[in-house]
Design a protein around this ligand. Sequence first.
Ligand SMILES: C[S@@+](CC[C@H](N)C(=O)[O-])C[C@H]1O[C@@H](n2cnc3c(N)ncnc32)[C@H](O)[C@@H]1O
Length: 245
Amino acid sequence: MAGSNIYESPRLLDEYLLFHYGSETDVFADGEIPYPAAMREAMGFTRRTVGYFGEFTVARGLDLGCAVGASTFAMAKHCEHVVGIDFSHAFIDAAAALHRGETIAYRRHDEGGMYQELRARAAGRIDRCSFEQGDAMELRTDLGAFDRVHAANVICRLPRPTALLDRLPELVHPGGELILATPCTWLEEYTPPSAWPMGDTFSWLQQQLSPHFELMHRCHEPFLIRETARKFQWSQSLVTCWQRK
Ligand SMILES: C[S@@+](CC[C@H](N)C(=O)[O-])C[C@H]1O[C@@H](n2cnc3c(N)ncnc32)[C@H](O)[C@@H]1O
């Protein structure tokens, strides 16, 4: 058992469909509200983290904790096949529907009982993707190895984060690329404090990964999840890019 039921809820499904597929106009619909420029700059997170992979085409990619799939579809631009895995059945069902070319209707919450119906549709090489429900801490043994692995904002949502970190050397081909992004929001509701990093998350990642991976790049990427017209989660994700030794 892992993950949290909150990611099965209709509210989170709506918020993530907006986060992954909403346009700037969809997200900042109320022209009267003076949203700071930094909020607009946080748009497109799911594509920006994928942008740290090389711009050449490889055979196999893996997107762990893919949610409703926007990063998986983005990875397909330079991967012949990308597998998206998430623990949430609701998220994977939505990603799979988008993969079939369907348009999904979802609701943007404005305030109180006010909602706006919007539609999500995936673009690009959606034919190169597949989605499956799975646990990032107990991935199926026949998953094989990949040229690129992406795990954005998932490590600090796992009850046993080291279970994923320990599996990564096997998941990435020698010379392959790994991108880990995390806002380092360790919370007891997802991860017992005994499994949190002892110090800062970056030092812990370095300690865990450096025997098998070389750190290539480290930076910060903001992301924005809209709850209502006037309430947003604005976070900075620590992005680390690694090459498998
Ligand atoms: C904060 S969201 C990030 C989603 C996406 N990568 C993004 O950047 O929008 C965390 C995701 O991790 C998924 N998740 C939580 N526990 C998981 C687990 N054990 N295995 C796989 N996915 C998990 C959740 O369902 C959710 O989609």
